[in-house]
Design a protein around this ligand. Sequence first.
Ligand code: NCD
Length: 308
Amino acid sequence: MVGLSQKDVLRADQFSREEIALIAKTARRYEEAVARGKVLRDLRGKILCTLFFEPSTRTRLSFEAAMLRLGGQVVSVAEPKSSSAAKGESLHDTIRTVEGYADVIVLRHPEIGAADKAARSTNRPVINAGDGAGQHPTQSLLDVYTIQKEKGKVDGLTVALVGDLKNGRTVHSLSQVLSLFDVRLILVSPPALRMPREIVEALKGRRVVEETPDLLKAVREADVVYMTRIQRERFADPTEYERLKDSYILTQEALREGKGRVTVMHPLPRVNEIETSVDQDSGAAYFRQAANGIPVRMALLALVTGAI
Ligand code: NCD
């Protein structure tokens, strides 16, 4: 049975292709309804709590806007220093408290595995909005939704994931979701920032996966180029960050080497990875990608709360 009611969303590899199709179908319906100016009430009377212990713009705002678009309401901790975690409260106690206030919890936390821990503390659905250098499953759902919209399909494509594949949670999750499709993956990173071995091994069991440090080679072969930021906050040694920070910068000239219209994606925030002149390119999809966060997160909230 395909269904997400009362389920947690913790990791990208928890999803089946059927569940991804259900989320996409629901998101498409919501996207059209919002575009028509329809006022929705599917989550009327429900409360979402967003608990963000790491910085965020898009993820928190789009979850909150998604909840409001569905007629629900939001309570939020956006500034970790303003919550009792700053007084030494455990995550377990915070979650036990918040379950008394809200029907669904969206958590971003600097520790890998924090969302799993939170999910064990409550029966309310917990959605992982990023656990340190671990996972970012809802981003990968909106990423695959974006690829489908931009390219009209996912199967048969070559997708290059570029940048800090070691620490970037978006690419950990996206590679797992894409491995459900007939996709060829090119993993582009400096040797020091390669994708964790256990993820690569699991991917290789399913799909063709190549690893290379060569961005230009990947651009020439890819239908989709997914750029990511070098994750400064995950580096113990600042000089190592300085050495690697500008490893890849996508320019218009590089993009012209691609076959036809290459779709360029980025979870954002961008630091230096894509020249701003690329924004004019019709394949530059990153701001459309960010906007897709609304319908996809509306779908997730409605499905996990069992409202539809
Ligand atoms: C990403 C994240 O937080 O992991 N941002 C996002 O949610 N769109 C990417 C990043 O911070 O580099």
